[in-house]
Design a protein around this ligand. Structure first.
Ligand code: FE2
Ligand code: FE2
Length: 148
């Protein structure tokens, strides 16, 4: 195995923090939506919780494979709001920060010739881009005249 650049290690740690922040945020929001009586949206958020948890698990396993102990630093404060629309806007920002992080991490790995980690980050980048798109579409549905 090629030597692991300290920045790649830091990027993995930050990735874990962001993914766990997403788990915490969507879990909280699913609870909020259930309280508001919107079970359909709550279920959609619970599905997101599982996806973000699987991302966190993928990072943990990848770090173990690299021989490092997973250690996320700080979780971001949860974004709560008074309406589904505001929650989704907050989530759009969170997904964007994941996309930005994975794009930068992938670029760095490519630059230093670390293909294994470039591939790893790129896989997550593609999935977060899809998440961002889903949030965007959900918001668009909500804002359309036929939306709720
Ligand atoms: Fe994720
Ligand atoms: Fe995501």
């Amino acid at each position: 195995m090629a030597s692991l650049h300290h920045r790649v290690l830091a990027d993995l740690g930050r990735a874990l923090s962001l993914e766990l922040s997403a788990v915490q945020q969507y879990m909280t929001q699913a609870g909020l939506l259930a309280q508001w009586g919107d079970q359909t949206s709550a279920d959609r958020f619970r599905h997101e919780v599982v996806e973000e948890m699987q991302h966190a698990e993928r990072i943990v396993r990848h770090m173990l494979k690299l021989g490092v102990a997973p250690g996320s630093s700080q979780l971001q404060p949860v974004v709560t709001a008074g309406s589904l629309e505001e929650l989704l806007r907050g989530n759009s920002r969170l997904e964007q920060s994941l996309v930005d992080h994975y794009a930068a991490a992938t670029d760095f790995c490519v630059r230093i010739g670390d293909t294994e980690n470039a591939d790893f980050f790129r896989g997550l980048l593609v999935e977060e881009q899809a998440h961002g798109q889903e949030v965007f579409q959900w918001l668009a549905e909500l804002m359309s005249p036929s939306g709720r």
